[in-house]
Design a protein around this ligand. Structure first.
Ligand code: ADP
Ligand code: MG
Length: 316
């Protein structure tokens, strides 16, 4: 596990990782991470999902060395970040949340500089190949300031790959990226993963995480509140709510609807929460009609990240 030649079971391991940012002036200290335990399997696409302010970037920035932890341990590719910081950092490429680039370099120069920074010998650099892979081959000699937001983000991905790290971390990679570029970015990320790179991405979009990730950890207020294979997590969210507005007000809930766990709201709407894998909407509507209720309007709502938090925290 500690030898550089062997492949570890976990690309990243964190044990009781803590971070308290010092306060300054009127700002009180902020405990951003409250003891994070995470094992990220080698070879996976792992999602770190949580709302803004949850601590995702703090976690990533501790791994990349931008932020100093205040407690706990972390290792990357089997290398402890305290005991073997150079080996640990050599094993990851990080695409930070903020785009920060020198506007006066071309993409080619930027990637070359980064390779130099990582000590990649000239003979081993793959600058053009990497730029082509992220779809920037024809922009390689443009100034960075002439690139669109999506192109800049792809250039950040290229820069993170110069030293061919076995682990690639993308912090909120779709911020400022339009739908089409997002697609091509994901295709590239998935291809990298197929070729053996472990991918970790942070996002506050459940949909994004569920589409891409094999495993998802949910982090909220600096704590991991769930960590499981995506399929398993989604099964927990196997419910929808159907809201029906009857044409004529009903005063009491018919027994057949009470059996379906329907609720009668103060606005006269019926809401029925059901497991989408077990009950079809059709059956519910039939039951409602069979009770002589005519439907003026109906809508369904699906669980979102908010519901995940509610169901996770209430399950504890
Ligand atoms: P996320 O990436 O999930 O949105 P962050 O890790 O950026 O969350 O932030 C976690 C918490 O730590 C937030 O409350 C944020 O305001 C605070 N925080 C982040 N960076 C700093 C900093 N440099 N100084 C003080 N507080 C910070
Ligand atoms: Mg962040």
């Amino acid at each position: 596990m500690s030898s550089s030649a062997s492949v570890p079971d976990f690309a990243i391991e964190a044990i009781g990782l803590e971070k308290t940012y010092k306060g300054s002036g009127k700002l009180p200290p902020k405990q951003a991470l409250k003891g994070i335990d995470l094992k990220i399997p080698t070879g996976s696409i792992f999602g770190l999902l949580g709302p803004n302010g949850a601590g995702k970037s703090t976690f990533i920035n501790i791994l990349s060395g931008l932020v100093t932890k205040t407690g706990g341990k972390a290792s990357i590719w089997g290398f402890d970040i305290d005991d073997a910081p150079r080996s640990a950092r050599a094993a990851i490429g990080v695409v930070p949340q903020e785009i920060n680039m020198d506007p006066f370099f071309t993409p080619f120069e930027s990637v070359e500089l980064q390779a130099g920074f990582y000590g990649v010998p000239k003979s081993e650099r793959r600058t053009v190949e990497i730029l082509a892979a992220v779809g920037l081959e024809d922009k390689k000699d443009a100034y960075v300031r002439q690139l669109s937001g999506g192109m800049k983000r792809r250039l950040m991905v290229a820069k993170a790959l110069v030293h061919a790290p076995p682990v690639l971390i993308l912090d909120e990679p779709t911020a400022g990226v339009d739908v089409e570029l997002r697609r091509s970015l994901w295709e590239y990320v998935v291809a990298l993963n197929k070729a053996g790179t472990t991918i970790i991405l942070t996002t506050h979009y459940l949909e994004e995480a569920q589409e891409l990730c094999d495993e998802i950890a949910i982090i909220n207020h600096g704590e991991v509140i769930a960590c499981e294979p995506t399929e398993q997590l989604l099964r927990r969210l196997d419910h929808k709510t159907l809201v029906i507005q009857p044409s004529e007000a009903i005063s009491t809930l018919p027994p057949a609807l009470a059996e379906l766990d329907a609720k009668l709201g103060s606005d006269g709407a019926l809401s029925i929460t059901f497991r989408s894998s077990e009950t079809g909407i059709g059956r519910i509507i039939e039951t409602v009609r069979a009770e002589g209720i005519s439907i003026a309007d109906l809508a369904t709502t699906e669980p979102d990240l908010e519901d995940v938090f509610v169901s996770m925290t209430s399950a504890q």
